[in-house]
Design a protein. Structure first.
Length: 366
């Protein structure tokens, strides 16, 4: 009589009498569940540690952004001058360009400040008259009461406003410190980043050097492509918004265009928020008709960004589904505020590209 075959081994090891009565699907789900929980705890601990060094992490990230933007310029300059001098020339040129743009914005705001106060006061009076008429028919006492409440609120919270302003000075010092550290890191990244990466790989065990090198090259290629692409999106959006606001004679067109430039670095939600601020300015200064045109501009630029520019960015870096982009932005904002919203998408793109590079390496390994 033939001997019956042995039962297949359990992924959890030998089965006791009680385990034998547990369905295999449940045992497999339990095995994966505790592994997922362990990974989640490790990720949570890693984010907690990084949160203690948030300024350093932000400085390194900004240094990598500066490197990704200026390194092509450094490569061009290095053809006719020593690399150290090429790095210095590129960095000084970038700083002069940024400071020049900020100076131009400051002069524009200062030149328009007197006229803006009058335009905004007239605009608010115009909005009040429209709300007092049909179809809203709000009583004038509502606005008088609102103005008095705003005055009482400001006077009663004057100490809190002063303390907030003082804390803003402290935050400004923190921002300047982070920027200085970012520029310091970018100098070495641009000058000898390749040698630094080779040194890091050489410190690893021999079996890990090639996978780490493959993943690092894929990560940097994706990060550089994403940075160049999102910079193109920001510049395009800022030019479109600036031209439209100038054509509509909306005040503060240049500062609002600059705001749109920085807001574009937060995919999907940054541009609508910046254009919403522009719509409020247009409503207060030019009336509801111009404000509606600016709202229509939000829709048009959103379509251009979503269907033309962002697909181009993702084709340069890694193709991410819009749902993944949206969840990444919201998750990053919940985890780390505005900084998390900016960092989330490139981080997800880099992780995905590293995974694909290592997967392709495994498939093509002999």
């Amino acid at each position: 009589m033939p001997t019956p075959p042995d039962p297949p081994a359990s992924p959890l090891g030998p089965l006791s009498g009680g385990d034998a009565r547990v369905p295999r699907v449940l045992r497999t789900a339990a095995a994966y569940s505790w592994r997922i929980l362990a990974v989640g705890l490790v990720v949570r601990a890693a984010f907690s540690v990084l949160g203690q060094y948030q300024r350093i992490a932000v400085a390194v990230f900004l240094g990598m952004v500066i490197t990704a933007v200026l390194r092509p310029v450094v490569s061009v300059f290095a053809r006719v001058m020593p690399r150290g001098l090429a790095v210095a020339a590129s960095l000084v040129g970038g700083i002069v360009l940024v400071l020049g743009a900020l100076t131009l914005v400051g002069e524009t705001v200062a030149a328009q400040l007197t006229g803006l106060e009058q335009e905004f006061a007239e605009g608010i009076d115009r909005i009040e008259r429209q709300l007092e008429g049909p179809p809203f028919r709000l009583p004038p006492a509502v606005f008088d009461d609102l103005q008095s409440r705003i005055g009482d609120l400001l006077s009663s919270h004057s100490s809190a406003i002063v303390s907030t302003a003082l804390s803003g000075v402290t935050r400004l010092i923190d921002v300047l410190t982070v920027l200085a550290l970012a520029v310091f890191c970018s100098v070495f990244f641009m000058h000898s980043g390749d040698r630094q990466w080779r040194w890091v790989c050489d410190q690893l065990p021999a079996a890990a050097r090639n996978p780490v090198d493959v993943g690092g090259v894929a990560a940097w290629r994706t990060f550089t492509g994403y940075t160049h692409g999102i910079l193109l999106v920001a510049v395009t959006n800022a030019i479109l918004v600036g031209l439209a606001l100038f054509a509509l004679d909306v005040p503060l067109a240049l500062p609002l265009a600059l705001l749109e430039f920085f807001a574009a670095f937060i995919p999907l939600i940054g541009s609508p928020i910046a254009l919403g601020i522009a719509a409020v300015v247009a409503l207060a200064s030019k009336g509801p008709l111009i404000a509606l045109v600016v709202v229509a501009l939000i829709v048009v630029i959103g379509q251009i960004e979503g269907h033309l520019l962002h697909p181009l960015v993702m084709s340069w870096a890694v193709r991410l589904h819009p749902v993944v982009v949206a969840l990444s932005v919201i998750g990053g904002a919940v985890a780390a505020g505005v900084i998390g919203a900016v960092v989330a998408v490139p981080l997800v793109a880099v992780v995905w590209s590293v995974y694909q590079a290592l997967l392709n390496r495994t498939r093509h390994a002999p």
